[in-house]
Design a protein around this ligand. Structure first.
Ligand code: CMC
Length: 429
């Protein structure tokens, strides 16, 4: 139902465009009728486009607020574990104790992957980037789990969601073990989700592995902070692929591909590499200068965000978590963390960053934290993908469950040649 009307005049024709209000956030103008008038809107990068209606996650970028189903991210990170957050994102409400127990049991008992999958991994080079393996293996899950691929059946959608949430840590850890030539570790059903993931990453059959509770909690928090972020590039990719009716494993694989880029999920790897390259506080100003130079492609990685024009609320929690982890792992004196804090301070006081409202985002501290947890750099984005799987699948499920679902098919402003005839080969120069 339209709350207000926007008036648009094209060639003296007046159009009434309905304006809708959500529960929070900016109003949207419904431009659906424009195509019939043979006019389109032009919005490269979708800066002013609400691509769908959603009830899952809300961001107020100016105020630095992030809500999952209405709950602030800092409260969720403090009071819930990752699987409770998964339940919330998928179902809309936090689980009660019985629902929590049941959900944890269901997820735990789906963590094993088909044994044939290890043969599939063997086809990759040992030095393959784990994200390349993830894109392939997750897409290939559709060849292993035929029994839950009817996307119009809510029960099948639920089973696929459970399989994806459960198997992602197993697959992520397998990618790591494959690249370092160690045997895969089976999931352990007595462990919780994050504990089990760390076990599959770091244990070997030769030695007992006891994950440190502070480090397990930090891993769980990293997963919570990355679980969803409304219509970001990878989630929009999942929705776009899903709108064609493609199966969920294929859609999530498309999302993993989109996440890989340095402007999105690849930023945590890039941020840590940048800090290592800077190396010393004495070189910070040189890099700040490079970041401000229009003729230099260098950007301060882990800084800036399309939506946040204030401190990313996830970055605050990530900085605290980073501090807690470093205390356990190496005492208080981690030089990269000190360098990061100094760089953050200098940038936040610099006119360029103030004017453009560039603040640290979640990835500024997540790389240092992951590294302190013993995660190799090339696995950072894989862990982001693991965490974001619940967001992707929740959005996919919301979209498929919508009776008004349409194929996502944008148009364009065409600026190529006008129609012309194909010349014979000898007449082409
Ligand atoms: N360092 C220096 N200048 C920057 C930076 C940065 N990190 N980010 C933006 N700017 C400048 C940019 O040059 C532009 O200046 P001007 O208006 O003079 O042309 C202005 O700020 C606006 O930037 P933009 O590229 O138009 O903004 P955007 O919304 O398209 O880009 C971004 C957002 C995240 C891609 C960008 O800030 C960036 O490249 N940051 C570094 C990469 C990064 O940390 N990405 C992780 C994002 S958070 C994780 C996730 O959600 O996936």
């Amino acid at each position: 139902m339209a709350d207000k009307i926007a008036k648009l005049s094209i060639d003296n024709k007046e159009l009434d465009l309905p304006i809708y209000s959500g529960t929070l956030g900016p109003d949207v103008v419904d431009i659906n009728q424009l195509a019939k008038e043979n006019v389109l809107t032009f919005d490269p990068g979708y800066m002013s486009t609400a691509s769908c209606e959603s009830q899952i996650t809300f961001i107020d970028g100016d105020a630095g607020i992030l809500l999952y189903r209405g709950y602030p991210i800092d409260q969720l990170a403090e009071k819930c574990n990752y699987l409770e957050v998964c339940y919330l994102l998928l179902n809309g409400e936090l689980p009660n104790p019985e629902q929590k127990k049941q959900f944890e049991h269901t997820i735990t008992y789906h963590t094993m992957v088909h044994a044939q999958l290890s043969n599939f991994l063997n086809g990759f080079r040992r030095d393959a980037h784990p994200m390349a393996i993830m894109v392939g293996v997750v897409g290939a899950l559709s060849a292993f789990y035929h029994d839950s691929l009817d996307i119009n059946n809510p029960k099948d959608r639920e089973t696929s969601a459970y399989r994806l949430i459960s198997k992602m840590p197993t697959i992520a850890a397998m990618c790591h073990k494959y690249s370092i030539g160690q045997p895969y570790m089976y999931p352990q059903n007595h462990m919780n989700y994050s504990e089990n993931f760390m076990h599959m990453m770091f244990a070997t059959p030769a030695e007992r592995y006891e994950p440190n509770p502070t480090l397990v909690r930090a891993m769980d928090r990293i997963l919570i902070l990355h679980a969803d972020h409304e219509q970001n590039a990878s989630t929009s990719t999942v929705r776009m692929a899903g709108s064609t009716g493609a199966n969920p494993f294929a859609c999530i694989s498309a999302g993993i591909g989109a996440l890989w880029g340095p402007a999105h999920g690849g930023a945590n790897e890039a941020a840590l590499n940048m800090l290592l390259e800077i190396g010393d506080e004495s070189r910070i100003n040189e890099y700040i200068k490079k970041a401000k130079d229009k003729n230099d492609p260098f950007r301060l990685m882990g800084f800036g965000h399309r939506v946040y024009k204030n401190y990313d609320p996830r970055a605050k929690i990530m900085r605290e978590t980073c501090h807690e982890v470093l205390k356990v792992v190496e005492g208080h004196d981690n030089p990269v963390f000190k360098l990061a804090m100094k760089l953050e301070k200098i940038a936040l006081e610099d006119d360029y960053f103030i004017e453009k409202k560039l603040y640290p985002n979640v990835d500024f501290y997540s790389g240092i934290t992951l590294s302190a947890l013993g995660i190799p750099t090339n696995m950072f984005t894989v862990i982001f993908a693991l965490a974001r799987t619940i967001g992707w699948i929740s959005h996919w499920n919301e979209m498929i469950g919508d009776p008004n679902r349409r194929l996502c098919r944008p148009r364009q402003l065409y600026t190529g040649p006008t129609q012309r005839d194909v010349p014979h080969l000898e007449k082409r120069n």
